[in-house]
Design a protein around this ligand. Structure first.
Ligand SMILES: NC(=O)c1ccc[n+]([C@@H]2O[C@H](COP(=O)([O-])OP(=O)(O)OC[C@H]3O[C@@H](n4cnc5c(N)ncnc54)[C@H](O)[C@@H]3O)[C@@H](O)[C@H]2O)c1
Length: 450
């Protein structure tokens, strides 16, 4: 018997506090979910939540009509249930029977929707990057704490077994002292995206909901579906889109935040829609180690990925698996090169650490689905999920610092305890943006006083 439903009947739903509501979801209860955004990743999440036995999808919110229809049809096909369609997520939040919301909109909506969902008593699964600008992260943490909500960030790699194993190996010293971590994304998308993704026009009302708190401009197919990620008003380019996944693992494994970040880059060759760089180089100074991130959208001839370089060897890690490549121990007499004498080679060379190789992992089965499960378990237990807000905030922060360094054209120094850029007023101004009315008022109305 579902205690929650009978409780709801006997209590006045309008008077139900967030704390009271959370207490009545038992481990065997069904979780009622509402989805916002059924795009590239939103559809994936919809399928993964529908595959969980204890989930009922009650509502779909999407401003783009074909996707709204697709979402509702997917729920009907997979579960045989009818879900309610919405264009305005606030009306979806009014439904007291919805326990959790899954936010898969463009980045400029993540913080505000999460905060409003928390205020409405919902737990939240929200996509990465957690924030569009740095200050939003602390607002989200304050709101979730105040309204006692569970929030999972969509950095699903934290639920991947191989990532957990690597974090343990790193912390146990398998690589020795890690002094350099290298991350890269190389692909060639020349001449650039010159066409929108088959987008029908949005009505003015729907487009205004798409733009939300970002600066208004008339409907633009090029900025809408998928391609929002190349425009500063809605995203931070590949630095927040891609780097956020890998730097999340770096900060998790090393438990550290950067002290200074330098970045250079530009949009040199890509034509057509977009503003964000096609070549980006960045260096992060962490206490005791240096992180390097290179992103290239115009040339693919390099190995992408994440590498932890230690004094005993290198760990290469991606969504398919990982490998530890041990360094050979070089005999002292061979450490200085000789151009006249043959090198003395001891075969086989002694290795500084053990070689390890694990592969065969699959992104959906081994990362997305466990991440969804972890969220649902935490909704019931009220524990912090694998990708909690604090970690998501710090991950996004590191990415924002790189973009800020690029924009001001100099190294920015970060005081993580104070969450301030030191000694640079212009850079500090870029930690925050204004929400367009009426969304500034919507935010203010629910933010707890800290
Ligand atoms: N975790 C991952 O591996 C992963 C992968 C892809 C994308 N993402 C993240 O997911 C987010 C979405 O990316 P995408 O590629 O799916 O984008 P997308 O453009 O394909 O989908 C976003 C959808 O949100 C809808 N939307 C926008 N504003 C809305 C509103 N106010 N109400 C309801 N619907 C609204 C759009 O109409 C669109 O259909 C991004 O932040 C991206 O970084 C994460």
């Amino acid at each position: 018997m579902n205690d929650r439903r009978s409780f709801l009947k006997s209590a006045s739903a309008g008077l139900l506090s967030a704390a009271a509501y959370q207490n009545i979801l038992g481990s065997n209860d069904r979780v009622r979910a509402g989805f916002i955004g059924i795009g590239l990743i939103g559809k994936r999440h919809l399928l993964d939540f529908l595959a969980q036995e204890d989930v009922e999808v009650a509502a779909i919110c999407e401003v783009y009509d074909p996707r709204l229809r697709e979402g509702i049809a997917t729920v009907a096909e997979k579960s045989g249930k009818k879900s309610e369609g919405f264009k305005d997520f606030r009306r979806m939040f009014d439904r007291k029977d919805i326990d959790v919301v899954v936010i898969s909109t463009p980045d400029h909506w993540h913080a505000l929707m999460t905060i409003l969902a928390c205020a409405a008593g919902k737990d939240v699964y929200v996509e990465k990057p957690l924030t569009l600008f740095a200050r939003e992260g602390r607002w989200m943490i304050d709101a979730a704490r105040h309204y006692k909500r569970v929030v999972q960030v969509g950095t699903q790699q934290r639920s991947g077994e191989q990532y957990k194993q690597c974090v343990e190996l790193i912390r146990n010293g398998q690589l020795g002292e890690i002094r350099n971590i290298r991350m890269a994304s190389f692909r060639n998308i020349m001449p650039g995206f010159t066409k929108p993704v088959g987008v029908e026009s949005l009505s003015e009302e729907d487009w205004r909901m798409w733009v939300g708190p970002a600066p208004y401009r008339p409907f633009d197919k090029d900025r809408c579906i998928y391609h929002f990620r190349w425009f500063w008003d809605y995203s931070g380019g590949q630095t927040t889109n891609l780097l956020s996944h890998n730097i999340d693992i770096v900060q998790w494994a090393m438990n550290a935040m950067p002290r200074a970040v330098a970045a250079m880059g530009g949009r040199y060759s890509l034509k057509g829609l977009g503003e964000t760089p096609d070549v980006f180089e960045s260096i992060f100074d962490y206490p005791g180690f240096i992180v390097n991130w290179s992103c290239n959208e115009i040339s693919a001839n390099r190995r992408p990925g994440l590498e932890f370089c230690g004094t005993k060897g290198t760990l290469r890690l991606d969504r398919g698996g990982f490998e530890i490549i041990p360094d050979p121990l070089i005999p002292a007499e061979n450490q200085i090169p000789s151009f006249t004498e043959p090198r003395r080679v001891s075969a086989p060379p002694e290795l500084r650490t053990a070689a390890v190789k694990k592969d065969g992992y699959e992104q959906v089965r081994d990362q997305f689905q466990p991440h969804v499960r972890n969220f649902l378990d935490c909704v019931k237990s009220r524990q912090q999920p694998a990708s909690d807000l604090e970690s998501g905030h710090k991950t996004s922060m590191a990415c924002h610092l790189a973009n800020i360094a690029l924009k001001v054209g100099r190294t920015v120094r970060w005081d993580d305890a104070k969450e301030e850029i030191t000694g640079d007023r212009d850079a500090s101004k870029l930690l925050v943006k204004e929400y367009r009315a009426p969304w500034d008022r919507e935010l203010k109305a629910v933010m707890p006083r800290t």
